[in-house]
Design a protein around this ligand. Sequence first.
Ligand SMILES: C[S@@+](CC[C@H](N)C(=O)[O-])C[C@H]1O[C@@H](n2cnc3c(N)ncnc32)[C@H](O)[C@@H]1O
Length: 169
Amino acid sequence: MWCGPGCWHGRSFAATSASSTWAAAAGPLLLLAAKHLSTGRAVGVDLWRSVDQSGNSIEATQRNAATEGVADRIDLHTGDMTALPFDDRSFDVVVSSLAVHNIGTPAGRDQAIAEAVRVLRPGGRLMLADIRATRRYQDRLAALGMLDVARRGLGWRFWWGGPGPPPIS
Ligand SMILES: C[S@@+](CC[C@H](N)C(=O)[O-])C[C@H]1O[C@@H](n2cnc3c(N)ncnc32)[C@H](O)[C@@H]1O
């Protein structure tokens, strides 16, 4: 789901849920974003919950960033995406990958979406990838004033756990 006008080559880039374990090839968006940055930082936030992803840790993500050659462009924070530790309007691009559904309540998921919008600069761009409830996310983003909210399937690159249908919502 993409919404809002703006540019990818932002000065600042936030990823809520930044975890990555190499075996799962997870956490790719933060590292991909870091590779695309011309200036600024790619900033990740995660609670590093192993119940959501095995081998989950800030150290694994740091190692992956080093392997990808972007360790000097990322900042990792331990934090909750329902209460992001950042100022309002501080990022040009915000992404969240397969993480909001891990919040246990609809109110919590709504709060995470509100936080993603809060830290986005006017004119910035937000991408939220998830496996369910994305119609609700779309409605929440529109209610929060985001423009050009679009929704589409995630495609085969988001397959995990073996063959099967791609995750859609
Ligand atoms: C299924 S993993 C996805 C990881 C990675 N973003 C990816 O695309 O592969 C879900 C991630 O969400 C994180 N998470 C769950 N609840 C969170 C919360 N309230 N705040 C921040 N991170 C959270 C977990 O620690 C875990 O790393």
